[in-house]
Design a protein around this ligand. Structure first.
Ligand code: COA
Length: 437
C-alpha cells in the first residue's frame, strides 16, 4: 500500500515538506522541521484542551462518538454489561483478554485478599471532620496509601505493578465505604471475603448489627453494571491526569489520587452530583420548561447533558436507564425520575440541544439510581471513582510499557511581556493584575 503523506508548502520560506500520516494522524514533532529561518525553533501545533491531539496510542477502549459506540478491548459495552461481572471486565481491561474460569478465580482471589486497610489508614480516616466531603476523603486516603506501600515506587517492575494494581482495586471500595460510614458516624465494617466485589462493598456500606450481611441481588447486580459502565473511557480528563502524573514515575497510589482529583470536578465525574442538585432546584415536572429556557438564555448548563466525544448518544446512558428500572422495582420509584424524563423529553425536542448535539450522558441517570440506593449526592463521584480506578490503572500500565512515552511536558505559546526593567517597590503603581482578570 502506498504511504500516506501530507504535503505542505510553507509560504514563509516556499519550502515544501512531506509529513507521513499514520493511523489518521501526523506527528506534531514532524512540524518542527518547518522553520521560518535558521534560528527559528520550528513550527508547533496549538491545541488548548487537546481538542484534536492524540497523546498516546492505546488498545484499551474504543469510542466512536458519532455512532454512540463504546468497546473495551473490542467487546461492545452492551454485551459486557449484560454478561459479565465487574471484576471479569476489570481483568479484561487490564490484561487485554477475557479471563478463563481459573484466571478469573485467581484474579478475584487476589483482589479480595487486598480489600483490608491497614489499621493506621483507618485511623487516618477518623481524623476528617464529620462533614468532610467524601471525595476529599477518598482522594487523600488513596494518596496516603503511598506511605503504607513504599514498594509501589518500583513502577518499572511488572510484578510490583501487578501487586499495586490488585491492592488499589481491592482497597478503593473499602475506602469509599469508610468515607460514607464516617459521614454518618458509624463504625467501619471489615471486608467479608465470602461476598462478591459489589456485595462486599454493600456490606461495608450498610451492615449494622446483623451477623452476616446479605445484599439484595437485584441491587448488587445493578451496582455491578454501573461499575462496568464506568470502568474506562479512554483519554478523558482524569485518565490524562493519570498518565501525566504517572509519566514522572510517581507511584500508582498518588497517580490514582491525582486522577480522582480530576474526576471530582463538576465538568467530569462531579456532574452526577450536580444533576441531583439541578433536579432538586427544578422541583417538579411543571418547572422543567422554564428551567430549560433559562439554560438556553445562557444561565448555566444542563448537567448530565453533552459530551466532548459522544455527539449522537451516550450508549452508557441507555443501559443505565434500563438498570434504573430494575432498581426501582426493588426500591420504589425515585420521584426525581419523572422530572428527569420530562427534562430529557423537552431537551431532545428543542432546537438548541439538537443543533449542539447535546444528549443525556452517563451521569444523567446514574445519580437517580444512586439516590434510590440510599446515597447522598456527595457520594456519587466516589461511586464513579471505584470502577474508574481500573481504567486509570490500565491506562497507567499501558503508558509505562510504551517505549514512545516520556515525561509529559507540553509546550506553550508565550504571550507575556518581553524582558522588563525591575521596578523598586517605592516606585510601583497599582496595576490590574492577571489574577483578577
Ligand atoms: C461535557 C462537556 C464539558 C463537554 O464540553 P465541550 O465538548 O467542551 O462542549 P462545549 O462546551 O464546546 O459546548 C458546545 C456548545 O454546547 C453548549 N453546551 C454544552 N453542554 C451543555 C449543557 N450541558 N447544557 C447546555 N448547553 C451546553 C455550550 O454552551 C456550547 O454552546 P455554544 O456553541 O452556543 O457556545 C459539556 O457538555 C458540559 O459541561 N456538560 C455538563 C456537565 C456534564 O454533564 N459532564 C459530564 C460529562 S460525562
Amino acid at each position: 500500500m502506498e504511504k500516506e503523506v501530507l504535503s505542505i508548502l510553507d509560504m514563509r520560506t516556499n519550502a515544501p515538506y512531506d509529513i507521513p500520516i499514520e493511523n489518521g494522524a501526523v506527528r506534531a514533532s514532524d512540524l518542527r522541521r518547518m522553520k521560518a529561518g535558521p534560528g527559528d525553533f520550528g513550527l508547533m501545533s496549538y491545541d488548548p484542551a487537546f481538542l484534536n491531539t492524540a497523546s498516546c496510542q492505546s488498545a484499551i477502549t474504543f469510542i466512536d462518538g458519532d455512532k454512540g459506540i463504546l468497546r473495551y478491548r473490542g467487546y461492545p459495552i452492551e454485551q459486557l454489561a449484560e454478561k459479565c461481572t465487574f471484576l471479569e471486565v476489570a481483568y479484561l481491561i487490564l490484561n487485554g483478554e477475557l479471563p478463563t474460569e481459573l484466571q478469573l478465580k485467581n484474579f478475584v482471589g487476589a483482589v479480595t485478599h487486598h480489600t483490608m486497610l491497614h489499621e493506621t489508614t483507618k485511623t487516618f480516616l477518623t481524623g476528617f471532620r464529620h462533614d468532610a466531603h467524601p471525595m476529599g476523603m477518598f482522594i487523600s486516603t488513596v494518596a496516603a496509601l503511598s506511605t503504607v506501600y513504599p514498594d509501589a515506587k518500583n513502577v518499572l517492575d511488572p510484578e510490583a505493578r501487578k501487586l499495586q494494581i490488585q491492592r488499589l482495586i481491592g482497597k478503593v471500595p473499602t475506602i469509599a465505604a469508610y468515607t460514607y460510614r464516617h459521614s454518618l458516624g458509624y463504625p467501619y465494617i471489615y471486608p467479608d471475603d465470602d461476598l462478591s466485589y459489589t456485595e462486599n462493598f454493600m456490606n461495608m456500606l450498610w451492615k449494622m448489627v446483623e451477623p452476616k450481611y446479605r445484599a439484595n441481588p437485584v441491587l448488587a447486580r445493578a451496582l455491578d453494571i454501573l461499575f462496568i459502565l464506568h470502568a474506562d473511557h479512554e483519554q478523558n480528563c482524569s485518565a490524562n491526569v493519570m498518565r501525566a502524573v504517572g509519566s514522572s514515575q510517581a507511584d500508582p497510589f498518588v497517580c490514582t489520587a491525582a486522577a480522582a482529583a480530576a474526576l471530582s470536578g463538576p465538568l467530569h465525574g462531579g456532574a452526577n452530583e450536580e444533576v441531583l442538585k439541578m433536579l432538586d432546584e427544578i422541583g417538579s415536572k411543571e418547572n422543567v420548561r422554564g428551567y430549560v429556557d433559562k439554560i438556553k438564555a445562557g444561565h448555566g448548563k444542563l448537567m448530565g447533558f453533552g459530551h466532548r466525544i459522544y455527539k449522537n448518544y451516550d450508549p452508557r446512558a441507555r443501559i443505565i436507564k434500563w438498570a434504573a428500572d430494575q432498581v426501582f422495582v426493588a426500591t420504589g420509584r425515585n420521584p426525581k425520575l419523572d422530572i428527569a424524563l420530562e427534562l430529557e423529553k423537552i431537551a431532545l425536542e428543542d432546537e438548541y440541544f439538537i443543533k449542539r448535539k447535546l444528549y443525556p450522558n452517563v451521569d444523567f441517570y446514574s445519580g437517580i439510581i444512586y439516590q434510590a440506593l440510599g446515597f447522598k449526592p456527595e457520594m456519587f463521584t466516589v461511586l464513579f471513582a471505584i470502577p474508574r480506578t481500573v481504567g486509570w490503572l490500565a491506562q497507567w500500565q499501558e503508558m509505562i510499557q510504551d517505549p514512545e512515552q516520556k515525561i509529559a511536558r507540553p509546550r506553550q505559546l508565550y504571550t507575556g511581556y518581553d524582558v522588563r526593567e525591575f521596578v523598586p517597590i517605592e516606585q510601583r503603581e497599582v496595576r490590574a493584575t492577571s489574577a483578577t482578570r
